[in-house]
Design a protein around this ligand. Structure first.
Ligand code: CA
Ligand code: CA
Ligand code: CA
Length: 302
């Protein structure tokens, strides 16, 4: 089954950053029936995703791990929100509104909540999320890979809000340029409103809309493909060593991503070489950074 997905992905247009990432999470303090409404006081609840490149969302899920976990064995991801109904998506935001859709639409008239989905995320602050690919729908499905994750359940005692990413009555926004993390969450890659940022008197549509614009995330980074004289060889590579040189010959760091956008290596160039013995045969994207400039190259490992 894994092989089938791999071939399917290779057959589609291959783009760096072909991925689904979690870009905004909101736990609001507003009514559910519009900005002037009177029903409820914990809306809207949003998880915003961004699809970079073209991704067929069949058997992708947005899953929740609620309230932290005491240890790794206690981590429990729910079956989640199956994204299959969204079909194939290209370079677009997806708005998963778990509660307060009427209010959300008034706040963000240009953002259309995703339709036709069930089990929408409905977190209240100390709940982690992940985008994951399964081999079948529902409880029968087995996990193929994790593409991106927000929050680490092990960061907090159960039912606690002390970790940086725990945003009760507040929000979290992914920093621009942060690519899919493959399930390894780094809390410094998001910006947070701080606990209870939307408490009274900030429990108004105007305040929250201004504090948390949606649809703004971008993967574009400055000085993209800007490393002078960058050379990778051999390519295709069959041994354990990849040579990387540049005109500047400065200190270079290297991240390598697989076709699912998962990071599989994070290393530094030493004596113009990196060791790639950990990579299986396949196609990868190599992201190289030298003195603040970044470039990407396709790499084939035989
Ligand atoms: Ca839990
Ligand atoms: Ca919770
Ligand atoms: Ca809340």
């Amino acid at each position: 089954m894994k092989k089938l997905y791999f071939l399917t992905l290779l057959a589609t247009a291959f783009t760096f950053g072909q991925s689904v990432v979690i870009t905004t999470v909101i736990d609001g303090t507003l009514p559910s029936d519009g900005c002037a409404g009177s029903s409820g006081s914990s809306n809207p609840k949003l998880v915003e995703l961004y699809v970079s490149g073209t991704v067929d969302l069949t058997n992708y899920r947005l899953q929740t791990e609620s309230n932290g976990a005491a240890d790794a064995a206690s981590i429990s991801w729910n079956t989640g929100c199956d994204l299959t109904a969204l079909g194939t998506v290209t370079d677009s935001f997806i708005y998963l509104v778990g509660a307060g859709e009427t209010t959300f639409t008034e706040m963000y008239p240009s953002a259309t909540p995703a339709a036709g989905l069930t089990s929408l995320p409905n977190g209240n602050g100390n709940d982690a999320y992940r985008v994951a690919l399964y081999d079948a729908p529902g409880t029968a499905g087995n996990l193929v890979s994790v593409m991106d994750q927000f929050g680490d359940p092990l960061d907090l005692p159960v039912n606690d809000y002390s970790a940086a990413w725990c945003y009760q009555d507040s929000y979290a926004k992914r920093n621009n340029g942060v690519v899919a993390n493959g399930g390894t969450f780094d809390s410094s890659t998001f910006t947070y409103g701080g606990n209870a940022a939307f408490a009274s008197p900030n429990n108004t549509c105007a305040f929250i809309t201004a504090a948390v614009p949606v649809g703004t995330f971008t993967l574009t980074t400055k000085a993209f493909n800007g490393i002078n004289g960058l050379t990778l060889y051999p390519n295709p590579v069959s041994g354990n060593v990849l040579n990387i040189t540049s005109s500047n010959n400065g200190a270079m760091s290297v991240q390598i991503f697989d076709v699912l956008g998962k990071r599989v290596a994070n290393t530094s160039v030493i004596n113009n070489q990196i060791n790639i013995s950990g990579l299986n045969s396949g196609v990868y994207i190599v992201k190289i950074t030298e003195e603040g400039k970044t470039a990407t190259r396709k790499l084939v490992v035989k």
